[in-house]
Design a protein around this ligand. Sequence first.
Ligand SMILES: *Cc1c(COP(=O)(O)O)cnc(C)c1O
Length: 375
Amino acid sequence: MSIWSYANSQLRDLVAYEPGKPIDDVARELGLDPREIIKLASNENPLGPSPKAIEAMRATLDHAHIYPDGGGYYLREAIAKKFGLSRENVVLGNGSSEIIEFVGHAFLQPGDEIVVSRHAFVIYKLAAQLFGSSAIEVPDPHFAHDLEAMAAAITPRTKAIFVTNPNNPTGTLVTQAEIDRFVARVPENVVILFDEAYQEFLDEPSDTIKYVRQGRQNIVVARTFSKIQGLAGLRIGYGLACPELASILQKTREPFNTSAVAQAGALAGLLDEGHQQATRKLNREGRDYLQRCFASLGLKYVPSHANFVLVKVGNGKAIFKALQERGVIIRDMDSYGLPEWIRVTVGTMEENTRFIRELNHFIAAPATQKVDKCH
Ligand SMILES: *Cc1c(COP(=O)(O)O)cnc(C)c1O
């Protein structure tokens, strides 16, 4: 008998999440100099962390022998203050991916269902599978969440429904009016998780936190320090929920799920508005540039509200490989059922122009003459 026959059966079909390829892996495999490689594959902040966050993290290293504050007092206090909430509303996660998993731990059992949009972040489906539940995928016209259809897809087995806004990997947005209608329609026994990993990139952000403030009991708003804060390597994010729901989620986490270094970096980063503004500005300029270039190259793209763009290139896997050999890492969209598309993260202007120059090598000849126009 294989040990597999004793393991939880749902794990057999579980396919691990495929992350953006690390720079060092590509350097090793292709014999390239890591300093020559750029990674535009995981929606990281090209400016890096806030210098204030780096300083705060360094200061914690002398105390690395002491366990972190598992309750995350100062960070939760600061997050609560920022949103007009109280500490009891805030749950820290080892990345906001862990907040998603908490919802699974707390609400999902074998045979249950979650509802997701067709091309939403794949982690929800993986989390559901981990708990023996299944995902109902709702079609997404023009790559946007169809919240009406998602609410209509709820069955008596549905325990949670996930809304990614803006969505990854499509970059699309749902409006405040759509959100309000949706929240009014979803029954209170179904947990709605608003995944707002890219919310800070929006010029006019929607407001879902008002529902937490109002005490609506089935809402979790998940945010992360991995994206605009540039702390992806630290693994820290948070969920906002009414005190009852937050206390349920708290019970599912490990006692020291976020490190002292991560908490310190996140706290200093949260308070550094200037760094976030600079990131937003760089992102807006880079995204405009990329979208202009795609248009002049005759490539179809989905206008993005986040720090990446989904663009149709023909054979996504082939372009991914070809670019990788030239030291540019992007993401093919095979695993999202979009083999003709790639997703590219907005980098620094230097990185963006290099990506476009390299991409230009691999797309149809007539278009290549047009590429200069986007500069
Ligand atoms: C990046 C991302 C996250 C956050 O991941 P972390 O675990 O916080 O690094 C969550 N949701 C979406 C949609 C993302 O793209």
